[in-house]
Design a protein around this ligand. Sequence first.
Ligand SMILES: CC(C)(COP(=O)(O)OP(=O)(O)OC[C@H]1O[C@@H](n2cnc3c(N)ncnc32)[C@H](O)[C@@H]1OP(=O)(O)O)[C@@H](O)C(=O)NCCC(=O)NCCS
Length: 149
Amino acid sequence: MRSNPPDTPLKLREFRYPHDYDGALKLWAGMEVGVKVGRSDTPEEIQRKLQRDPDLFLIAEVNEEIVGTIIGGYDGRRGMIYHLAVHTAFRGQGIGTLLLDEVEKRLQSKGCLKCYLLVTAENTSAVEFYEQHNWNEMTNDRILAKEFS
Ligand SMILES: CC(C)(COP(=O)(O)OP(=O)(O)OC[C@H]1O[C@@H](n2cnc3c(N)ncnc32)[C@H](O)[C@@H]1OP(=O)(O)O)[C@@H](O)C(=O)NCCC(=O)NCCS
């Protein structure tokens, strides 16, 4: 994939299933860090996610190719952000910022007061990115998780 020449229009829009599924999966599978394709990314799970908050699952598209994604969630109390990913050839052009800003705006308009996201320990550059966008690392909290089979 070639990088985005300055005059190539970038489109931000909501994810559409099944049209965008393969492109998003390919992008996530190509991430060197930060995003892994997991059991929440099967067609069934992605469709389930889209039954709720379809307006928080966004893609960035150049020439009809998916170059960025973000998935937001809102449970009525807190927000979550998952799968913020920008294709390596398109980084540093503000696409990550556009995706994050748009989801934050949409979360706020739903009444969300606070939002969380998880960054893997080795992904220090993503932490820098989020800190530039006024996200703060929670140093007094520990994250516990439980997998349901
Ligand atoms: C994190 C990521 C989404 C940023 O996307 P991007 O489109 O390159 O980000 P932007 O171009 O909007 O960058 C905005 C600012 O953050 C900075 N920035 C971007 N990526 C950065 C990085 N890896 N390290 C430090 N700063 C970074 C840019 O310098 C820019 O600052 P500036 O406006 O002052 O120049 C992208 O690097 C990525 O996909 N990483 C791999 C997946 C990942 O880790 N996702 C997060 C999962 S928690």
